[in-house]
Design a protein around this ligand. Structure first.
Ligand code: GLY
Length: 597
């Protein structure tokens, strides 16, 4: 009977009243019926799941299930992506959501066309380069101002981006694709291990005095269970229900105008020491961009241009690997044993060059000149690769040119269908629970994306990243991001889609997952779960996940690297087309699970 519904929906013209009413019924039927892919206790064994029609890998199992429910209801990959994103607002409020921003890369197989939707947050019109440096307070308070509280908030872009995506590239209505999120906010969702660990971390911060619950009372009450540790059968009821319902009813205007907009300005504007205005909100629209591309081993890689630094760094890295294969190794990179000391060393050197260039050149290309062509050119990669020594790492000054004066929340998901369409989407509110400001009436967690700028000249940001003048604050400018949603195509069909959350570790982790799939031929189950490394040029540390640290730490010291151990580097989600069907993996590091059918 449900199959009949799907066909009925497809038959009717898109977005007609009948379509909307039927889709509502259908989404509820599909989403609430375990037989159709939704279960509140989805399988945790993600191994060896092969799907024939579609796959979604998000960092929460119910978000993956939301995307699949929409695909089963006749939606396309973009409808599924928008549904997954709204669901993540409810399920991962510490990582992303209505108060944040993101990037979406789409591959349309039928039209052989790629689309990039940039809905990254912007600096409010009243922002200035020295807005934090000139605050009359202590160094510590100045540093905190771009991370906590109303002044840390950049103009959110997610709702504008999602409304645009579904209108221009979806086949269903916004009202329909937002239904899973509304249902979850209304019915509540089970607490999982990740939510418990976020609550633990935040309560520890309150205990050690680095987070004042009185200053962020709504966060404490609505998202941290008033300090009471979550219990086994507790459910989380998102305070964003009213905002989601208003967006369902009014679309863009339900968020950027009217009572929600007024409430955001009240909480993040002048009245509470912030600079957000109604004009900032009312001007918010996504920017449509062209992806950056390169070819590697017969694949076409489509990735995110500025204001992300991720795409340039990933293309530069693939290009350097091509040059290393040709000039230095004389054989394919894939012949180096994965995670052998030599493979890790060479990959680290590639990362150090790419991140050094990030520090020097990258910012919002709508505001500052970014030498995209030069940085993504194969000849430039050849020059960099020729400086790599196979036996030894080098001093920091040998990477890039920029010597600074002295200077996780995020979520990624991937969608793919059998026809060869795909979406890669990364969204963020920057740090865990963003600015910690929650809009009292609507539960929206506001981002602290202002800290992704070079907030105070000469000082590293919360991720220890060094930033140049190219990423200085200007009114309306977008802070440089590391988010790197990437799709790989072959013969006109999407074959891989991947991305990550984890600040600057997004770039290195996405690169490694792509290398694992493209070069080493691993399915996403292994490509995502394999241990990872990270080097961001500055600080000059080669970070290894514990398994690699124990295996190779002392050997890598011989290459001259300063080694650090990490229990987990970033969280990645990836999907792929294999000869037997579609596969997807959500990183067990963040307790996600993929879904498909
Ligand atoms: N806020 C993390 C990023 O955009 O890089």
């Amino acid at each position: 009977m449900l199959k009949g519904y799907y066909m009925f929906i497809k038959f009717y013209s898109r977005k007609s009243f009948t379509n909307i009413m039927l889709s509502f019924t259908l989404i509820i039927a599909v989403f609430c019926n375990p037989q159709f892919g939704f279960s509140e206790t989805p399988p945790t064994d993600q191994q060896e799941r092969v799907y024939q029609k579609a796959v979604v890998a998000a960092d929460h199992p119910l978000a993956s299930a939301a995307g699949i429910a929409i695909l089963k209801a006749g939606g396309n990959v973009v409808d599924a992506a928008v549904a997954t994103s709204f669901a993540l607002s409810v399920l991962r409020p510490a990582s992303c959501g209505l108060g944040g921003g993101g990037f979406m890369v789409i591959w349309d197989e039928r039209q052989q066309k790629s689309i990039v939707i940039d809905y990254r947050e912007r600096a409010p019109a009243a922002a200035t380069p020295d807005m934090y440096a000139k605050l009359p307070s202590t160094d510590e308070q100045r540093k905190l101002a771009s991370r906590q509280g109303p002044l840390a908030v950049a103009v959110p872009g997610t709702v504008a981006g999602l409304c645009y995506a579904v209108k221009e590239y979806g086949t269903l209505d916004l009202k329909t694709v937002i239904q899973p999120a509304i249902l979850m906010a209304r019915k509540g969702v089970p607490i999982n291990d990740h939510m418990r660990s976020i609550q633990n971390t935040m309560l520890r911060r309150i205990k050690n005095g680095t987070l004042n619950p009185k200053r962020f009372q709504i966060l404490f009450d609505e998202y941290l269970n008033q300090g009471k540790p979550w219990k086994e059968n507790d459910r989380f009821f998102s305070p964003q229900l009213k905002s989601l319902e208003l967006i369902a009813e009014k679309g863009w205007a339900g968020f950027y105008e009217g009572p929600v907009a007024d409430a955001m300005v009240k909480a993040c504007g002048k009245q509470h020491g912030g600079i957000l205005t109604l004009e900032d909100l009312m001007k918010t629209q996504p920017v449509i961009r062209k992806p950056l591309t390169t070819n590697f081993n017969g694949y076409t890689i489509l990735t995110m241009p500025p204001p992300s630094s991720g795409g340039i760094a990933i293309i530069e890295s693939f290009n350097m690997i091509k040059s290393l294969e040709k000039e230095l190794l004389g054989y394919s990179f894939g012949k180096l044993q994965i995670h052998s000391p030599k493979q890790i060393h060479l990959l680290t050197e590639v990362m150090k060059h790419a991140y050094a260039d990030r520090a020097e050149y990258l910012g919002d290309s709508d505001f500052v000149p970014v030498p995209i062509q030069r940085l993504t050119n194969q000849n430039y990669a050849k020059q960099l690769a020729s400086r790599i020594n196979v036996e030894q790492t080098k001093p920091l000054k040998d990477y890039g040119r920029y010597i600074p004066p002295q200077d996780a929340g995020t979520s990624h998901f991937s969608v793919m269908d059998a026809a060869g369409n795909a979406v890669a989407c990364t969204e963020t509110i920057n740090l865990t629970f963003g600015s910690k400001v929650v809009i009292p009436e609507y539960g929206i967690v506001m981002n602290n994306e202002m800290d992704d700028f070079a907030a105070i000249s000469g000082k590293p940001n919360a991720f220890g990243l060094i930033q140049s003048k190219a990423n200085e604050i200007e009114p309306g400018k977008k802070p440089l991001s590391s988010m790197s949603p990437t799709i790989v195509t072959k013969d006109g069909k999407a074959v891989f889609s991947a991305g990550a959350s984890g600040g600057p570790r997004i770039i290195s982790s996405t690169l490694q997952v792509l290398l694992n799939m493209i070069v080493y031929g691993l399915p996403p189950e292994q490509a995502v779960e394999f241990p990872r490394i990270h080097h961001q040029w500055m600080p000059n540390d080669l970070v290894l996940e514990s398994k690699l640290f124990n295996q190779n730490g002392s050997k890598l010291k011989k290459f001259g690297h300063r080694i650090k151990e990490s229990s987990g580097i970033a969280a990645t989600q990836a999907v792929s087309r294999q000869s037997d069907g579609l596969r997807g993996q959500s990183d067990s590091r963040k307790h996600g699970a993929a879904a498909g059918y």
